[in-house]
Design a binder for this molecule. Sequence first.
Ligand SMILES: NC(=O)c1ccc[n+]([C@@H]2O[C@H](COP(=O)([O-])OP(=O)(O)OC[C@H]3O[C@@H](n4cnc5c(N)ncnc54)[C@H](OP(=O)(O)O)[C@@H]3O)[C@@H](O)[C@H]2O)c1
Length: 366
Amino acid sequence: MTYPSTYMTYRRSAGKDNASRQNPLTLEQTQEKLPQEKDLGPNNVVIKIHTVSLNYRDVAMLISEYPVPITEQGIPCSDCAAEVVGLGSAVKNFKVGDAVAPICYQGDFDPTDDSNSVAIGANGPGVLREYAVYQAKHLVHLPRNLSWEEGAMLPCAGVTAWNALDSLKTVQKHSSALLQGTGGVSMFSLLLCLAADITPIITSSSNDKIEAIQEKISQKIRGINYKTEDQGAKIKELTNGRGVDFIVNNTGVGSLIDDISYLCARGGTVSLVGFLAGWEADWKPRQLIALMRKGAKLKGISVGSKKDFEEMNSFIEEKKVKFDVMLDRTFGFEDAKKAFDLQLSGNFSGKIVVRVAKVEGRSSCA
Ligand SMILES: NC(=O)c1ccc[n+]([C@@H]2O[C@H](COP(=O)([O-])OP(=O)(O)OC[C@H]3O[C@@H](n4cnc5c(N)ncnc54)[C@H](OP(=O)(O)O)[C@@H]3O)[C@@H](O)[C@H]2O)c1
């Protein structure tokens, strides 16, 4: 397969140190050079990016509310689905035409890895561009049962959800999970829960969103309006007094003590994933003792490793899990800024996707 010698990419505008919610960075398009096969390093792989999905972190970086260092004028976004179009001479496990995605934290190969990692789309070059070159060891094969749009939802939101649910390795009979909000991580968790026979309880500020999700996906889904309902009482009612086995905490440390109180009597997991409600908390350290009493686990989530990604992909393919119901809206490459505005507004549920390559040829990762 041949590929062009230049490609279009987005970069964050200059001035990251002065950015704020009132003075956000913007996105700027540039044309850049792409090395031809003869100039590639032996382990390099050239990918043609079909689709990119957005995460809250991508907009948080524009308003300087992301807790990890970012590159000045870096290429944004971490999640894409792509096709291999060029290979270095030593690459063995990929071939032209394979559907792939780069791993989010390049360096995390195994959950016990101690090496330093580069976060693509933050302090490493991201994927909001037509073509990219990554090392073969930083890529995974995507599940063949997914469309390009679904494939792009996996690297950050998907692996995070998988990891937050303990890779579905600790699921007991009658398990249930509390999933905060109707964003990407939450909706991905919801679909994994359904595939693993865990009852998902999703929270939202909108009854309409909850009803739409139940209508579109499954009546097995339970919902709580976090603005108007007493979460503790509602969780008791929905779990026959048992409490939940997992909490996917997307909102931050503020709710941790409440989260622990919502867990079942023994051995549940609170996964600290996000910071949608900020970084502050008004509870006292001694209240964490509740964690000891329940023999429960508080698990910090940093997406997940390449191994986690590959294990999740096997699960998705084996169980034929689909994520198309999570797609809120698709934007063309030229409208990427509008996609970022929608992500920041919170006025969506599930995932927003930017279609980078024109719709032609293969429509899926198969
Ligand atoms: N640790 C990691 O490795 C990792 C990986 C991925 C993401 N994250 C973080 O996890 C969080 C979720 O990410 P995402 O990409 O799924 O976000 P997202 O798609 O932007 O989720 C937005 C949704 O979350 C809900 N929400 C917002 N504020 C809330 C609040 N105070 N209480 C409850 N729900 C609230 C809203 O749902 P409703 O409109 O239905 O109310 C909103 O639509 C973010 O903080 C993100 O940075 C962390």
